[in-house]
Every structure is written in structure tokens, then in C-alpha cells.
Ligand binder design. Structure first.
Ligand code: ADP
Ligand code: MG
Length: 556
């Protein structure tokens, strides 16, 4: 089975088509994606070599090399990382075995247009090579396998690829791009070099390039062109904002700057470093509600990449956070199973949560505009924390913002603290109303009496609100109360008025009760209303009608 030609799975062909057409305005990111794969391959080998040192015995200096050939019009990216066997090649490039490809397609079949932002996130980075190349060759051999087990993969990115056995003397992978007409700008050393600086400077392995001699690369004279340091391990004062931002972009495969970050080193019985970022916009899978396969939080142990461990290191409601955690004292041979029960890790997780909440708190005070951006992107995700994280409930609640009868229309600007700061004398509760839209909340007849008394009511109309409020009974010692539920607070004058009104309306109430029968549990004269003739009210323990409807729609 030395030589064969295979077809891409239909979905791959489709993804290829989309990627090459949608990425065009950002075509230079192919280099970032290929370097990122090379770096991943080095990470993987370093990790495997922990258990089997013979894998790197012959050549322990993991590195990435970039070269160009003006005559052949090719660029090559080579790494001496883990490499691929024939089966690996077939599985990793050419099928949709990588679930990322499938999810990418699913995502795109919705209303979303193909968006360059998504490419890296969905693990289709390799295909970006076809944005600038009309033919791509991959020559690779898996570490630890004999030289004869090498493979040559080649494709024009249209529908088929070929596979061939080949002797490959050095382990690792070389990707060769045969550039399309008109892409000659990438054949210049300074251009490649500046792209590396722009997108890949932080990569933790040396990226080397030959010097130029008579317009051609000189294979005898290589220079390292990135800083090749683990950014997070340097001291804060030595890192510029741009370095932080670039590191984030590569880590999160994002084109946008991060909104904020926090970088900390904890020394003590257990030492670790955290560098955590809050993005500006939700990554695509978050918008899709996808929770499986959370990526973007990398666990290192003494600078050795161990695994993506977002699920182990952050609670679900902080799933938008990206970053790196580098622990000094964990055993290097940890597995996911061990991680899940590791006590040290529990501490690190708690520290990460604290860092993120501190960061958000600071943002809310010092950079309110950015904080608004944050809430627009992740406010509803954060609300899940009220339910999920009882120990930080109050801190999370402090960060939330709502529309209110004393706020700015539908805009969510009022915090619980704002509310408390202008509570009426003797007011003993924080009042809110829930509905399924701003208009329904703001127009609710149940607000009338409170409005008339000048009491502020928070207007809650996001899907998660009702669920969240089920877990948030008080804030800073004040009870949270739904205006639609339970007894209403009356002063003495009001009470007398209501008793008189009840007596007067007794025949009407009786008649309404008979007419409505089973559908209501009681009909009463209400203190809630000033203008409207009637409204529905719930007992304290009852579910709001729109929530009941939502649950019914969801088939529960
Ligand atoms: P992702 O990197 O998100 O997994 P890519 O499309 O960039 O998605 O790469 C697909 C897969 O191809 C990788 O997961 C990896 O298994 C394999 N691969 C790509 N480049 C290399 C490389 N240089 N060395 C080893 N494996 C590679
Ligand atoms: Mg990749």
C-alpha cells in the first residue's frame, strides 16, 4: 500500500472550500496556524518523552524552521515534534474525525457567515494553507518509528489527496506550500519574518529561519527569530501590553484584542502562575451553547504543556476565560482522571475563580465601558454562576446589571448596589419583576403600586433570570422579592383602604371566582394596582407564567 489516492470526505471538501474563500482577507494567518500546529507537535513530543526518554534521545532540541524557495515558489514549515504515522495523517487531515471540522460546518450552516474568526477555534487551521497554496505537501514521520515508516501526503485541496510511503530521516513534519499565482509576497524573508513576529513571537519553541544570501536562503546559517520564552513565566514588569495581546490572539485564535487579563504568580506551599484573559466577544461555540470540548485554558507543569484543562480548572460559568496555568508542584505524569480528583488542583481552580472575579470587579470600577462590553458578551453566562457557585454568589451578584424602573430604558445598567443606595427609608426588600421581554416587564401592571410609592423595581427579562433568581434569595442582607408573588407590604392607611374595598367588592369577587373556577386559587382585591383593573398574582412558591411556558415548550 505504498501509493494511493483518496478522496476527502465530502464535509472536508466543503470546509476547504469555505475556508479558502472566507479567509481571503486574512490570508496571512496560514503561517500562524501552521506554526501553531508545529508547536503543538513539539508540545506533544515533549509530553510523551516524559514517559519514554528515548523518543528525543537523538535530538532533544525541539524547534520549528521556516524557509522559502524563490525558484520553486514554495514555503516550508518544519518541526521535529511528534510527527504522524500513515494512519495519523489519514485521520487528522482528510476526514472529519476531528469533531472540530464537523462543528465548524454545523455552525456555518446556521445564519452565520463563514467568518475567519472561527477557523482556528474549530480546529481547521491546517486547511488555511490552501488559501495561499494550490498544492500542499506534508512529509512526516512519527517519533519513535523507523525511518522507513515516513509518509508523503499531497493535495491540491480540491477533492483528493495522495499518500505515499517515504523514507524520512528526521522525525517530525514538514509542510510545503506551493504558492498560488500572485502570492509571491510570501517568498520574501522580511515578510515571513514580520509575520512570525506579529503572530507567533510567543511560541515557546525556537522558530528559526535561514539568513538570506544572494536573494536565497542560506541553509548553513539559521537564526532564531522569536523570543521563544513562555510569556507567562516572565515577570509582569517586563511584558508589554502588546506582548500580552499577541499572546492572547495566538492562544485564543482570535483576531480581536482581549478585553482584559490578569497575570499572577502564587508562591508558597504550592506555587503556580496564572495568566487569564477575558475575550471581547463570545467564541462561536459559546454562542452555540456548546459546552463539550471546552478549549483555551492550557495546563502546563513547569513549562511543559500537559493538556487543555478548561473543564478541570474553571467552573462552567467562566467558560469564556482563556489562558495558561503553570503549576510547579503537580506530578508530570498526571492524567485527566487524576486531575479531576486532585486536591492541589482544587486550590488552583479556586484561585483562578478569584482572579477572574477580581478582574471583573476591577473592570466594573475602573473601566465601565469595557465592563459594558463584557456584560453584553458574557453577562448571561456569568449569571449561571449564581446557581453553580454558591460560595461566590454574592460576588457574582455584585457584578450583575439590570434594567430598572429608575434606569435607562431597556439598558442593563443598574447594580444591586445602585439599587440599595437609593432604597426608600424602611424599605426592606429588593423588588423585581420577571417577564420574557423588556416591554412586558416594564409594562407589567404589577409594578403600578410600587411605582406610585416611588419604589424602584428591577426588570428581569433574560431567559436565565428566573432560574437564577430561584437561587438568589437575598443580596447584602436584603430579601429579593418578586412583585408578582405573595403578600404586598401595606402601611396602615393602605390596609384600611383595602379592607373597605374588599368588603365593597365582595359580590364581584364571588362572581369572578365562580366564573374562573379551577383556573385560579383565589380572587382578591389587590394593593398592587393603581390604573389597571386586574392582574395575575402568584403565591410565593409558584412558578412565573412565562417560565412555566418555557418549560412546557422545552417539553418538561
Ligand atoms: P487543530 O490544530 O486545531 O487540531 P488543524 O487543522 O490545525 O487543527 O490540524 C489538524 C490535525 O493535524 C492536528 O490536530 C494534528 O493532529 C495534525 N497535524 C497538523 N499539523 C501537524 C504537525 N506539524 N505535526 C503533527 N501533527 C500535525
Ligand atoms: Mg491547528
Amino acid at each position: 500500500m505504498s501509493q494511493e489516492t483518496r478522496k476527502f470526505e465530502a464535509e472536508v471538501a466543503q470546509v476547504l472550500h469555505l475556508v479558502t474563500h472566507s479567509l481571503y482577507s486574512h490570508k496571512e494567518i496560514f503561517l500562524r496556524e501552521l506554526i501553531s500546529n508545529a508547536s503543538d507537535a513539539c508540545d506533544k513530543l515533549r509530553f510523551e518523552a516524559l514517559a519514554d526518554a528515548s523518543l528525543t534521545a537523538d535530538d532533544a532540541d525541539l524547534r520549528i524552521q521556516i524557509s522559502w524557495d524563490p525558484d520553486a515558489r514554495t514555503i516550508s514549515v518544519r518541526d521535529n515534534g511528534i510527527g504522524m504515522s500513515r494512519e495519523d495523517v489519514v485521520a487528522n487531515i482528510g476526514t472529519i474525525a476531528s469533531s472540530g471540522t464537523r462543528r465548524y460546518l454545523e455552525a456555518l450552516s446556521g445564519e452565520q457567515k463563514a467568518d475567519a474568526r472561527l477557523i482556528g477555534q474549530f480546529g481547521v487551521g491546517f486547511y488555511s494553507a490552501f488559501v495561499v497554496a494550490d498544492r500542499v505537501t506534508v512529509i512526516t514521520r512519527r517519533a519513535g518509528q523507523p525511518t522507513g515508516s515516513g509518509v508523503r501526503w499531497e493535495s491540491d485541496g480540491k477533492g483528493e489527496y495522495s499518500l505515499e510511503d517515504q523514507n524520512v530521516t528526521e522525525r517530525g513534519t514538514t509542510v510545503v506550500l506551493h504558492l498560488k499565482e500572485g502570492e509571491d509576497e510570501f517568498l520574501k524573508r522580511w515578510q515571513l519574518r514580520s509575520l512570525v513576529t506579529k503572530y507567533s513571537d510567543h511560541v515557546a519553541f525556537p522558530i528559526r529561519m535561514p539568513q538570506e544570501k544572494d536573494g536565497k536562503p542560506d541553509p548553513t546559517d539559521f537564526e532564531t527569530i522569536n523570543s521563544a520564552s513562555a510569556l507567562w513565566s516572565r515577570s509582569k514588569s517586563e511584558i508589554s501590553d502588546d506582548e500580552y495581546k499577541n499572546f492572547y490572539k495566538a492562544l485564543g485564535h482570535d483576531f480581536n484584542d482581549p478585553l482584559a487579563w490578569t497575570h499572577n504568580r502564587v508562591e508558597g506551599s504550592q506555587s503556580f502562575t496564572t495568566l487569564l484573559y477575558v475575550p471581547e466577544q463570545p467564541p462561536f461555540d459559546l454562542m452555540m451553547g456548546g459546552r463539550d470540548e471546552r478549549k483555551g485554558l492550557k495546563l502546563y507543569i513547569k513549562r511543559v504543556f500537559i493538556m487543555d484543562a478548561a473543564e478541570e480548572l474553571l467552573p462552567n460559568y467562566l467558560r469564556f476565560v482563556r489562558g495558561v496555568i503553570d503549576a510547579d508542584d503537580l506530578p508530570l505524569n498526571v492524567s485527566r482522571e487524576i486531575l479531576q480528583q486532585n486536591r492541589q488542583l482544587e486550590k488552583i481552580k479556586a484561585a483562578c475563580v478569584k482572579r477572574v472575579l477580581d478582574l471583573l470587579d476591577k473592570l466594573s470600577r475602573d473601566e465601565p465601558e469595557k465592563f459594558v462590553t463584557f456584560l453584553n458578551s458574557f453577562g448571561n453566562t456569568l449569571k449561571e454562576g449564581i446557581v453553580e457557585d454558591a460560595s461566590n454568589r454574592e460576588r457574582i451578584a455584585k457584578l450583575l446589571r439590570f434594567a430598572s424602573t429608575k434606569g435607562e430604558g431597556a439598558q442593563k445598567t443598574v447594580s444591586f448596589d445602585d439599587y440599595m443606595g437609593r432604597m426608600a427609608v424602611g424599605q426592606d426588600a429588593i423588588w423585581y419583576v420577571t417577564a420574557d421581554s423588556y416591554a412586558a416587564a416594564a409594562g407589567s401592571p404589577q409594578l403600578e403600586a410600587l411605582k406610585a410609592k416611588g419604589i424602584e423595581v428591577l426588570l428581569m427579562f433574560d431567559r436565565v433570570d428566573e432560574w437564577m433568581l430561584g437561587y438568589l434569595n437575598e443580596y447584602d442582607g436584603k430579601r429579593l422579592r418578586n412583585v408578582a408573588k405573595g403578600e404586598f407590604p401595606l402601611d396602615e392607611a393602605d390596609k384600611a383602604k383595602q379592607e373597605a374595598a374588599s368588603a365593597e367588592a365582595a359580590p364581584l369577587l364571588e362572581r369572578a371566582k365562580t366564573l374562573l373556577g379551577e383556573r385560579v386559587s383565589d380572587v382578591r382585591v389587590s394593593a398592587r394596582l393603581t390604573d389597571s383593573p386586574s392582574c395575575l398574582a402568584l403565591a410565593d412558591f409558584e412558578m412565573a407564567p412565562h417560565l412555566a411556558r418555557l418549560l412546557r415548550e422545552a417539553g418538561q
